[in-house]
Unconditional design. Structure first.
Length: 136
């Protein structure tokens, strides 16, 4: 019962990390990283500044985490060539394309190649839905 309560609290909090706000900036910092197991792998696909990147890099260099998977950064890509995240051990970096699946890329290619005239007519102003292009 207690584990379920903790899990539910964690899930509620992660829903709030979709947006970068004053409350979510640095949400995962030195203190939170220190509480993680050394075998933990931190994956950030939410918003870059939600994780204190300096604290993460420090934790990785001191082997306080097993690794990290980063798809979003504290600054917008392209990152400077000398950004310290590039030297962080056991780290996989993606240029904000972690959401890309074969199906999503295929659908976008199909739209771009076969539906250039139809697409603007199907989309409402300010809203684009790729759902209509995926097979059910």
């Amino acid at each position: 019962m207690f584990c379920s309560f903790i899990l539910n609290q964690a899930l509620e909090r992660t829903r709030s990390l979709r947006s970068l706000t004053i409350e979510t900036r640095g949400f995962i910092g030195r203190e939170q990283l220190a509480r993680m197991k050394r075998s933990a792998i931190l994956i950030n696909t939410a918003r870059g500044p939600v994780v204190d990147q300096s604290a993460l890099i420090e934790a990785l260099h001191h082997n306080r985490l097993a690794g990290a998977g980063i798809d979003v950064f504290d600054i917008e890509p392209p990152l400077p060539a000398k950004h310290p995240i590039f030297k962080a051990p056991n780290t996989v970096l993606l240029p904000h394309v972690g959401f890309e699946t074969v199906e999503a890329m295929s659908a976008k290619a199909d739209i771009a190649l076969h539906h250039p005239r139809e697409f603007p007519e199907r989309a409402r102003p300010g809203f684009v839905s790729l759902g209509q292009y995926f097979s059910k």
